[in-house]
Design a binder for this molecule. Structure first.
Ligand SMILES: [Zn+2]
Length: 239
């Protein structure tokens, strides 16, 4: 029954083509992405440290030391997915355990022309979330300042961004402190930029790292940061 086999073969091929066309159409739709109201709002997430630079040592609840670089990357990944789910474009400095110079991080941030740049850190000292803004004095005219102090022209916007982050974190019931400090990577960034350092929750600081490695605490911090960035976008934050 060659004829019948041949016909079945044709039918099978036709079926395969239909599936292939459907799959291709599906992938094209995915590649284009949802239209979304996000426009060109871009957030840059910098998981601080990485590779040869382990950062601080974080002791988890079991007493096991963990490098800060692992916490920062985990927070970056979590936050990226929260923001992505809300239609916000995210650019990251690293997606794996690689060594990166401060200048490379700033180059990525500046190339992205992001409306918010967050440099993520973790620490055992203090409690809650510490927000740091560059200690550079505000300057006018981004073209007149050297690369290493480019953030000077953005300090007032960075202070505004820190204010929105502060409100959202406080609203989530977290302890927050805001400070100014010299930040090698951020000082070269031409975007509203804040360093976010996550420490154990208040009340846990006397225990070894309790809170910092608690998934519920991590989720609370990430959710609050995502809410703050949505608020920043809603305010129509222009760089
Ligand atoms: Zn750090």
């Amino acid at each position: 029954m060659h004829w019948s086999k041949e016909r079945r073969g044709r039918r099978a091929r036709a079926g395969l083509w239909t599936v292939l066309i459907a799959v291709t159409a599906c992938f094209s739709a995915l590649a284009q992405g949802p239209p979304g109201p996000a426009g060109r709002f871009v957030v840059m997430l910098d998981a601080a440290h990485g590779g040869d630079d382990a950062g601080a040592t974080i002791v988890d609840q079991a007493g096991k030391p963990e490098p800060e670089k692992a916490y920062t990357l985990a927070l970056s990944v979590k936050l990226r997915s929260l923001l992505g789910a809300r239609g916000i474009s995210v650019v990251t400095t690293r997606e794996s355990d690689v060594t990166m110079a401060a200048t490379q991080r700033a180059e990525i941030a500046n190339h992205a022309k992001a409306q918010a740049c967050l440099s993520l850190h973790a620490a055992m000292n203090g409690a809650g979330v510490h927000l740091f803004i560059s200690s550079l004095a505000p300057a006018q005219g981004a073209n007149l300042v050297p690369w290493t102090t480019a953030q000077a022209a953005w300090v007032s916007r960075s202070v505004a961004l820190a204010g929105v982050l502060n409100s959202a974190l406080l609203h989530a019931g977290l302890t927050v402190s805001v400070g100014r400090t010299a930040l090698t990577a951020i000082d070269s960034m031409t975007c509203p930029a804040v360093a976010v350092e996550v420490a154990p929750e208040r009340g846990h600081e006397l225990e070894s790292g309790a809170g910092l490695d608690d998934p519920a605490y991590q989720a609370k911090v990430a959710d609050a940061l995502a809410a703050a960035l949505l608020e920043w976008r809603a305010e129509g934050a222009q760089p």
